[in-house]
Design a protein around this ligand. Structure first.
Ligand code: G4P
Length: 526
């Protein structure tokens, strides 16, 4: 029987981030294949597209998308690996950001033909906030891609992180011959479909003349030049990787499984076991036998018949055991977490035990809120909360039928409390008309759908032009007297703090110029 320390030490929990279509699903699938968690490629996607777990929200089924991020666990070479999927496409939401709070490191998948794309940039920013290690996988090398040096430079310039190429591609597209592993001084040869087959490799020093025979003089010369250029650059620095300031870069082709295994091996070598998280009573020892966790996501209504909610929590210390009494710090209540679940690929399973680093989903009787801490009775510390992320889309919302005022208020408040949307008051107005802010526009559809189905309220929704929101830190006049430009408005949150919504940075210039006493917070985070 492994000890608690051994179990925790073999955990690796990471998020996988990318812009849609870069190959995140394909890479995840190949990881799961290595771990034997799925039997064939296509399972992750197939399940997702068909939403085969039939009790998911109707809206997911209709669109064949996954509204909320999922967690997958697999075993590989003695490691227990948890992959947190971050939804992309139009299902991008605050949940995507929150998921990153539960990860210890991130894998950033970049399409070699496209480079850094907008969604990668957004997700990267959240990872950078937490200083977690970020690994770059430059994908689709079997296709025509951009120049690899240029891609690395773009990552550095656009994301403000240093890079270190662990391996280097030899050509791309039809000419793709494989990658050169800089440390081991060996070439891994690409041969189209490599799934399940051992990749041919050859140990060869760059100066060795056999390199010319094997690759051809032109390719060999190019490889020598490029690797020499890299050698003159930055050295590898493990500490910088762990601090999140240096990203190890790997080239490969997820679709053909080329470069996936070496990537996984290096990734496992460079990442650490779960690191301690900070609470209001200091760092909590990951290896302490006492269980503790925080809630990072609440998913409502997975099973419409039961109107249930699932709270996803990241275990930060100790061991979780089913049917044990735990303590919910925010409510001061003792509880047994019923039907704790974990995700194995696309299937859910009941877990009997789980360890620091793991993610579990538990049925939530309406008790939990995002950021809440669960501990063992007697321990009352709280993990530092999850930041509120700035909404980028806003709508003015009211019930179509004014008689439904009460249900409207109840529904908007409950859905906001789950963290699916953010709601704001219009100063001086009643609660039958509110401003709803979201990170991804699909959240509006989910909100509208749930208001109708769960609260029986049809909504009137009008788009607003704002795309930024900042807390007002101080002002020297009454909020009514703030001079506004078109496309800006003063809002109030439910803690009665004033905020300013506006479109574009231009408005900030106008607002600060015309309101000299006005000071806005840099970010929305509380
Ligand atoms: P995502 O989760 O990041 O959105 O991307 P996903 O894995 O779904 O991949 C997007 C498309 O790119 C898919 O093609 C996939 O097969 C392809 N792809 C992923 N990795 C590679 C690679 O290494 N090389 C090449 N050439 N293609 C790759 P699709 O046609 O949109 O979907 P499908 O019908 O193939 O599933």
């Amino acid at each position: 029987m492994p000890t608690l320390e051994e179990e925790i030490s073999r955990r690796r929990t990471f998020a996988i981030i990318s812009h849609p279509d870069a190959g995140k699903t394909t890479l995840t699938e190949k990881f799961l294949l290595y771990g034997g968690a799925i039997a064939q490629a296509g399972e992750v996607k197939g399940k997702r597209a068909k939403a085969a777990t039939s009790d998911w929200m109707e809206i997911e089924k209709q669109r064949g998308i996954s509204v909320t991020s999922s967690v997958m666990q697999f075993q590989h070479n003695g490691f227990c690996i948890n992959i947190l999927d971050t939804p992309g496409h139009q299902d991008f939401s605050e949940d995507t950001y929150r998921t990153l709070m539960a990860a210890d490191s991130a894998v950033m998948v970049i399409d070699g033909a496209k480079g850094v794309e907008p969604q990668t940039r957004k997700l990267f920013k959240v990872c950078a906030l937490r200083h977690i290690p970020i690994f770059t996988f430059i994908n689709k090398m079997d296709r025509e891609t951009r120049d690899p040096l240029e891609l690395c430079e773009e990552v550095e310039r656009e994301l403000g992180i240093d890079t270190y190429a662990v391996n280097w591609p030899i050509g791309c597209g039809k000419e793709f011959a494989g990658v050169y592993d800089r440390e081991k001084q060996r070439i891994l040869f690409f041969s189209g479909e490599t799934r399940g087959k051992k990749v041919n490799s050859m140990e060869v020093a760059l100066e060795d003349p056999t390199l010319d025979e094997t690759l051809g003089t032109e390719k060999a010369a190019k490889l020598r030049d490029e690797v020499e250029l890299l050698g003159a650059g930055r050295d590898f620095d493990m500490q910088a990787v762990r601090n999140g300031t240096l990203s190890p870069v790997f080239f490969g082709s997820a679709l053909t499984t080329f470069g996936v295994e070496p990537f996984l091996e290096e990734f496992l070598r460079m990442t650490t076991a779960p690191l301690p998280r900070v609470s209001d009573q200091g760092e909590v020892d990951v290896f302490s036998p006492d269980f503790s966790a925080f809630v990072f996501k609440i998913q409502a209504n997975m099973n419409k018949a039961h109107r249930d909610r699932l709270a996803f929590m990241r275990i930060c210390s100790g061991k979780f055991e089913r049917d044990t009494e735990y303590y919910h710090v925010q409510s001061g209540k003792k509880l047994r977490l019923s039907q704790p679940q974990t995700m194995m690929a696309a299937e859910r399973e009941i877990v009997e035990e789980a360890y620091a680093g793991d993610i579990i989903g538990v049925f939530d009787p309406g008790l939990f809120a995002i950021g809440d801490t669960i501990t063992v009775p007697g321990k009352k510390f709280r993990y530092s909360g999850i930041p509120t992320f700035e909404p980028e889309h806003f709508m003015r919302v009211s019930p179509k039928d004014t008689m439904k005022r009460k249900q409207f208020i109840k529904g908007t408040e409950q859905i906001a409390q789950e963290g699916a949307i953010q709601i704001f008051k219009i100063p001086g107005a009643g609660l039958e008309e509110v401003i709803v802010g979201v990170v991804g526009t699909l959240q509006f559809d989910v909100f509208e759908y749930r208001m109708k189905n769960e609260y029986n309220v049809d909504l009137r929704m009008t788009s607003l032009p704002y795309d930024h929101l900042r807390l007002i830190e101080s002002m020297d006049c009454h909020p009514d007297e703030i001079v506004l430009c078109t496309g800006a408005a003063v809002l109030q949150d439910f803690r009665d703090r004033y905020l300013l919504a506006f479109d574009g940075e231009w408005s900030v210039g106008f607002l600060t110029k015309h309101n000299p006493g006005l000071v806005l917070a840099d970010t929305l985070s509380v």
